[in-house]
Design a protein around this ligand. Structure first.
Ligand code: EPU
Length: 437
């Protein structure tokens, strides 16, 4: 297992480009099961989650190959397999996105239920309710969802639960409905840019979908879809993570190849907290000086501030000139970073789905570890600002969802390096000893 060593206190400067969106690429890769001809995807990031899904698709008879030009080619070479095992779905929940496409294209899907998750309760009842409304016969047996339908039939499906619409649930039902007989209306659909991207991909294969980007989707089912090339949108969470890394170090940097239109509320909050943010086409420049103004956020479904940025925002607010309240309306338990940020000197109190952050003047380096992807990113950000050295352990979480994050941070002048945990003999030592070397 690797760790990241970070020497904090160095303002970030320079320019770096973001990669393609993880959360757009995964459901689009899964939806390639629907295609009757090969699919070429541009902009699929090189991530462990992409490798895991490639493995899952491989078991399902879809050959996934990275081309020399970086594109990913996906081609169904055997359309008989219909089963995805617990081993894969437990490693990555997004594997569950194969359920809708498999059912629609092959008439049967046996997919393990995802089970527990580090960021709280993540049921899939809406996915199942939606597919059942399209006529699927669904049973849960021995930890697996067994879904069957000779041909799905268009229907009205509502996909919003008590905490808002479901993102991958919308992906599953939308991907199934494009091959159903007749018209499907999805209400309470997720508005996330990643769902719009999936819809555009499906349309590029020949699907008929109206209303993308709104909460009502109208789908006219087709008998068959084709194949072809498609480019994935830029990763808005990666872009915002890099902007926050710049802000927390009081630096000045430009993030290129981004989609600022997907970051409206995030950019607004960055400005409110005192950063100077300029947008020029696909480039976002940020400069920040000193401690931020305390700024409350509520993580919400799109177009709200994403839950996937809640922990990184908290890292910044740990240094604010006062008290801010951070609430997560999507995943009310997504606070595993709190205890680790406290180890770096942050003052944070938790109460239900919110955290009250009382800004401190400085953070101090320590050895920390995170148990989920975005929490790990928050610790890296805090380490970039903390005095002395911070070691972030168990960074395999980070590698699941960020494409060489430390490389991009280094391009912005950060002092950050990867090392095997086994090579860090002094990890158990107090931070002052690590710092003093
Ligand atoms: N929900 C239900 N029933 C369902 C599905 C969801 O009640 O059947 C609830 C959830 O418990 C949650 C809310 O609805 O409170 C939203 O969950 P959603 O289904 O939208 O989340 P997801 O589709 O499982 C995706 C992203 C997450 C991101 C969330 C929210 C992918 C692969 N994953 O998850 O990304 O946090 O949407 O935006 O797209 C990450 O990238 O770090 C990550 C966790």
């Amino acid at each position: 297992m690797d760790a990241l060593r970070i020497r904090g206190g160095i303002p970030l400067h320079g320019e770096v480009a973001v990669g393609g969106s993880k959360n757009a690429a995964l459901p689009i890769m899964a939806a390639s099961i629907l295609a009757s001809e090969p699919v070429w995807l541009e902009g699929v990031p090189q991530l462990n989650d992409v490798d895991t899904l490639s493995l899952v698709l491989g078991h399902l008879g879809v050959e996934v190959k990275r081309q020399r030009d970086g594109r990913l080619k996906l081609e169904t070479v055997d359309s008989r397999p219909t089963r995805t095992d617990y081993e894969h779905v437990s490693r990555m929940r997004a594997s569950f996105c194969v359920l809708g496409p498999l059912l629609a294209r092959r008439g049967r899907a046996v997919v393990s239920l995802p089970g527990g998750c580090q960021i709280g309760d993540r049921p899939v009842d809406l996915h199942l309710k939606g597919l059942a409304a399209l006529g699927a016969n669904i049973k849960v047996e021995h930890g697996y969802v067994v879904a069957e339908a000779q041909r799905l039939v268009g229907a009205h499906v509502h996909l919003s639960g008590s905490r808002g619409p479901t993102v991958t649930g919308t992906a599953n039902v939308l991907s199934a409905a494009v091959l159903a007989r007749g018209r499907t209306t999805i209400t309470g659909a997720a508005l996330e840019p990643e769902i719009v991207d999936l819809g555009r991909f499906l349309k590029s294969l020949g699907a008929k979908i109206d209303g993308l980007g709104t909460s009502t989707l109208e789908i006219e089912g087709r008998c068959e879809l084709g194949g072809g090339g498609y480019r994935i949108i830029p990763d808005r969470i990666e872009a915002a993570t890099l902007l926050l890394a710049t802000a927390i170090t009081g630096g000045s940097a430009t993030i290129g190849g981004a989609a600022p239109e997907h970051l409206g509320q995030v950019l607004e909050h960055l400005r409110r907290a005192g950063a100077d943010v300029q947008v020029d086409g696909d480039r976002i420049s940020l400069s920040a000086r000193g401690r931020p103004a305390p700024t409350d956020i509520v993580a919400q479904p799109y177009p709200g501030v994403p839950t996937d940025l809640q922990s990184q925002w908290m890292a910044w607010m740990a240094l604010a000139r006062g008290r801010s309240v951070i609430r997560d309306q999507v995943f009310g338990d997504r606070f595993s970073h709190v205890a680790e940020l406290k180890r770096l000197g942050a003052k944070i109190e938790r109460a239900g789905d919110l955290a009250v952050v009382s800004g401190v003047e400085r953070l101090t380096g320590a050895c920390v570890m995170a148990s989920d992807l975005r929490a790990s990113a928050a610790l890296v950000l805090a380490g970039l600002a903390a005095e002395g050295e911070t070691v972030v352990r168990r960074i395999y979480h980070l590698d699941r969802g960020y494409e060489r994050l430390e490389g991009k941070l280094r391009r912005l002048q950060a002092q950050i390096a990867r090392a095997p945990e086994s090579a860090l003999e002094d990890l158990a030592q107090p931070p002052s000893i690590i710092t003093g070397r």
